[in-house]
Design a protein around this ligand. Sequence first.
Ligand code: GRF
Length: 212
Amino acid sequence: MKWKWAVLVGGRGSNLAALLRAGTDVRLVVSHRAGVGALDVARSAAVPATVLEPGAFCDRAAYDQALLDVLVAAGVDGVVLAGFLRLLGPVVVDAFAGRLLNVHPSLLPAFPGLHAPRQALAAGVRVTGTTVHFVDRGMDTGPIIAQVPVPVWPDDTEATLTARIQAVEHRLLPRVVQLVEAGEVAWIDGRVRLAPRAARELSRWYGKNEED
Ligand code: GRF
């Protein structure tokens, strides 16, 4: 069965565009910032988009309730965080537990939080990557579904490394969304369960990078 999805954004929207290209049924886009590229991506695809700016709410709980309300009103089955730079409150996380995904530009638990490619360069690692995980109440701490390594080259800048990581994200995230829809990936009793076919497929990604 195909799920209806909301995508929460705050940046360029390249992952949103990748999801739309892959045929993900995106019914709602929510941005925590006005004027970002992701809203243009939503507009071009005629997907309803809402801006929920934190400054417009008296506190975090009011913000989270408003977010939950728009998600419920849109009747979505699942939610993808793609560039949404706010920690979700328990009211949202609990309502969508196991149906809430995040894509993060590092091999978690390394480099959580903001500017992960910049953190990777500062640490001098030779390999970083991307992670798609279920969202729990922590910051980039939820159970990991899939990870793909990406090399760091000596002459990389934050921009070149980010671009290399994102090229992988654009293929991985839509595929994970499909596997979740197909029931081949689920978060059950605190663990990520992968159907054997999904586990085999995702393991093949470990050796992939943008040049494959
Ligand atoms: C992606 O790199 C994602 O990993 C991170 O935020 C970035 C969003 O980029 N969470 P975009 O807005 O999808 O282009």
